[in-house]
Design a protein. Sequence first.
Length: 159
Amino acid sequence: MKTYRGLILSLAGTLLAALLLLPSAARAQATTSTFSIQVSGNASQAKTGLGELVNFSGTLLITAVVVTDPLMPPMVVVSIDGRNVTGIGQKTGTVYKNELEANLTRTFQATDTIQTTFAFFADAPGSYLTSKTGVLNLNLSYDTTSMALTGATGSLGTL
C-alpha cells in the first residue's frame, strides 16, 4: 500500500511540474496610448434653442487601449475625457459645463472616425435638468505595427 501511495504522489508531482514548465498558450496583449489635444467649436443658437451661440474650447484626453488576441481580430477601447472643455455664451458670458465622457470599443484599424454626443448645461444649480446636446467629431490614427495611437484631432459642435 505504501508503494502505491509513493508512486501516485510521485506521478502527481511529475505531472504538476510538467504543467508548470509547458510553454503557456498565446495570450491577449494590450498597447496603451494617451493623447491630450486642444478642441474647439460652436453650438449654434438655432440648433440648441439657447438665446446665444456657445463657443467651446479646452483639453480633451484620449486613451486608446489596443488589445490583440490570437483568437479574435484586434480591438481598441477608446476612452474620452472632455471635462476640461468649457463653453462660453457669446452674448451673456454664461459658462457652460459638460458631461463629455465616453468609453467606446471599436475594431482596430489604421484610422478611425468617432462621432459622439454629450450633454452641456449652464454652470448653475439644477441647470443639468435642461441640458442641451453637443457633438464631438474625433479623428484618430494608429501605427499598425506598434498598435500605438499616433495622432488625434477633434472638433465640437451640434448635430
